[in-house]
Design a protein around this ligand. Sequence first.
Ligand code: HEM
Length: 350
Amino acid sequence: MRDERLSCGSRSLILSVRLRIQEKLACVLSNMLGTEVIENGLIGSDLPPAYDDLYEDPEELPTPEDLSEMLKEGTKDSHTKAENTPFVKDFLRGNIKRKVFELVTVAIYHVYSAMEEELDKHQDHPALAPLYFPAELRRKNALEQDLAFLLGSEWRQHSDTAPSQATQCYVERIHAIGRTEPALLVAHAYTRYLGDLSGGQVLKKVVQRVLKLPASGEGVEFFSFPQISSHAGFKQLYRSRLNATDLDKEMCERIVEEANRVFNLNIELFEEFEEIMKALPAEENVAGVPLHDGKGDVSKCPYYMGQGASSSSTICPLHSLEVLLRHPAVILVVAVAAVLASFSIIGFFR
Ligand code: HEM
C-alpha cells in the first residue's frame, strides 16, 4: 500500500514536471518565432477550477494503457513528420503567401464541415459522447467567418472554394468511417482539436504578423477558442475523457492507427500546399518581419501591429533601437563604455 502511494506520488511529480517542460518548450518556440506568449497561455495561467483538480486523485493519472497516452505515444513519429514537412517549416519561418493561406482555410473548412457533421450525427455514440464539445470546439462557423473576411462575403461562389484532391480524400475518409465505424472518429477529433489547441496557437501569430491581418483576429478566427479559458486545462479534460471511454484494447489500437492515418491525410494536404507555394510568384514582405529604419508610419510595421499598440508616436521603438544598435559608431561607443565599466568595477573591488 505504502509503495503504491509512493509510486502514485512520483507519477504525479513526473506528470507535473513533464507539463512544465512542455509549457517551457512552447514558450521557447513562441519566443523564437518572435511571437507573444501563446494565447490563453500555457504559461503562467491558473487553470480555472473546472479543470484544475482533474488529476487531484492520483489514481486518475494516465497510464500507458490509457487511450490518451496510447495516442500521444503512438503518433509521436507522425507528429514529428508533420512538423518537419517543408510546408510547415516554411510556415513557421513566416514564408507563407496570402493565396496559400486562403487555400489552407478552404481545405480545413471542408475537413471540419465533414468532421463536425459526423460528430453531430453520432453525438450519442458511447465512444464519442464524452468528447462532444460543440460549444467549446466547433470550428466550422469560425472558418466561415475567416473565408468571408479573406475571400469576401460572396466566398461561396468563389472559384477557389472547391475541395482539392487531397482535401477530397480526407473528407471521403471522414464520411466513410462515419458510415461504417463511427468510433474511429475519436482519432479525427483528437488529432485536429488537440493539435489546434497546441501548435495552432503559434501558427495564428505567424499568419497575423506576416500577412498583416488585423490584431483584432479577423481572418484567423479559426485559431481562437473563446469558450476555452485555458488551453492546457481543456486539453487535460479532453485527455481524461478519452481515458474514461469504455473501449477495449483492440479498438484503442485501431483508433491510434486511424490517428496516424489522419496525420498522413494532413501531411498530404501540406504537400499540396507546398506545390502551390512554389508555383506562385514571390509576394512582397512575406519572408518574416522586414526591418525598417525606425521612422515613418508605425502602423505599417508588422511587429508594431502585432502588439496592437495604440500609441500616437510615429516612431517604432523596437526598430529604432535595433537600427541604432547596428550602427558601427554606436557599437564602438557601447564597446568602449563596457571596457571602462569593467575597469571601474575591478577598481572598486581592489
Ligand atoms: C507547426 C507545427 C507544430 C507545432 C509547433 C506543434 C506543437 C505542438 C506542441 C508544443 C504540442 C504539445 C502541447 C501539450 O502537450 O500541451 C503539440 C501537441 C499536439 N499536436 Fe502539434 N504541433 C505542430 C503540428 C501539428 C500537426 C500538423 C498536427 C496534426 C495535424 C498536430 C497535432 C497535435 C496533437 C494531436 C497534439 C496533442 C498530443 C497529446 O497531448 O496527445 N500538431 N503540438
